[in-house]
Design a protein around this ligand. Structure first.
Ligand code: CP
Length: 318
């Protein structure tokens, strides 16, 4: 994105959530990611944009997609990338988050990418470190890079997002993906619907820009995008639904349910999936599924975020 004053710069030191971003920031990330995507198709998948920078990936919760995707993005930008698996760190000896991070900061990293089980942990980090902080998922609060890669995938498949109807369905209450996506899609002009059992719809979610549906069929009616969420059994108390079979019958995305959406509707899921619970296997693996495109696009989007937070402009020339 160019302005009268030249290439646009990203006016943020950290990426803590979609909440802090304006539509122009999100557009700049999309445009930058678009120019980075081609790098992953090259024989030598590397550019020198972050040469000399050190990035620490500090994950207090399990991750396959986000951690790997950040590491690949960092390596494709030529950054020095260090992974800390909390399960094999001094955290298991009782070291606090503050002491862990102060210890890491003594090693002069430029960026810390953090996933943590507590909402607000990355925000706390910004008060004690000089490095840029990227939120890779904090409790049930936000997962901004997931929403950005989801938006990138929607634009790639549908050419635009403004005016599209996006249905987000399932365990809304425990989903940081849902929160970040609602904020992101509403800012970019989509009509956002959320659907799920009443026990999994948090009070006041409408204020974030979504309309609530309690019947999945109605929520899917003429939707352009159906985004399913993982049933987060690790975060919820018992008793929010009767049985997994009942959940699948009412809230699982099946071929029957997908018929309510537009004929060219795409199906998304942030992963990991509970096949046969929130999504039927033939839909997850079917022609309308863009789930693996989401994974692929995560690299370009995370490259864009790392690059912009390091002071890069929207122009990639090498
Ligand atoms: N979508 C997502 O955050 O997946 P991981 O938990 O594997 O990182």
């Amino acid at each position: 994105m160019k302005t009268d004053k030249g290439p646009a710069t990203f006016g943020h030191k950290h990426l803590l959530g979609i909440e802090q971003l304006a539509a122009e920031d999100i557009t700049l990330i999309m445009e930058t990611a678009d120019s980075f995507k081609e790098i992953s198709t090259r024989t030598i998948k590397k550019v020198p944009a972050l040469r000399g920078k050190t990035v620490i990936n500090l994950f207090y919760e399990p991750s396959t997609r986000t951690r790997t995707s950040f590491e690949i993005a960092e390596k494709r930008l030529s950054a020095d990338s260090i992974n800390i698996a909390v399960s094999t760190s001094a955290v298991v000896k009782g070291e606090s988050l503050k002491d862990t991070v102060k210890t890491l900061m003594a090693m002069q990293p430029d960026i810390i990418v953090m996933r943590h089980q507590n909402g607000g942990a990355p925000h706390f980090l910004t008060q004690i470190v000089d490095a840029s902080v990227i939120n890779a998922g904090d409790g049930i609060h936000e997962h901004p890079t997931q929403a950005l890669l989801d938006l990138f995938t929607i634009i790639e498949k549908k050419q635009a997002v403004k005016g599209l109807v996006v249905t987000i369905a399932g365990d809304i209450a425990h989903s940081r993906v849902a929160r970040s996506n609602i904020l992101c899609l509403a800012k970019m002009g989509a009509t956002v619907r959320v659907a799920g059992p009443p026990t999994m719809i948090p009070a006041g979610i409408q204020k974030m820009g979504a309309r609530v549906f309690h019947r999945f069929e109605e929520a899917c009616q003429d939707a352009d995008v159906v985004m399913m969420l993982r049933l987060q059994t690790e975060r919820q108390a018992e008793g929010l639904f009767s049985t997994l079979r009942e959940y699948n019958r009412l809230w699982g995305l099946s071929a029957r349910m997908l018929r309510y959406a537009k004929k060219d509707a795409i199906v998304m899921h942030p992963g990991p999936m509970n096949r046969g619970v929130e999504i039927d296997p033939e839909i997850a693996d079917g022609s309308r599924s863009v789930i693996l495109d989401q994974v692929e696009n995560g690299i370009a989007v995370r490259m864009a975020v790392l690059y912009l937070l390091s002071g890069g402009t929207g122009d990639i020339t090498e």
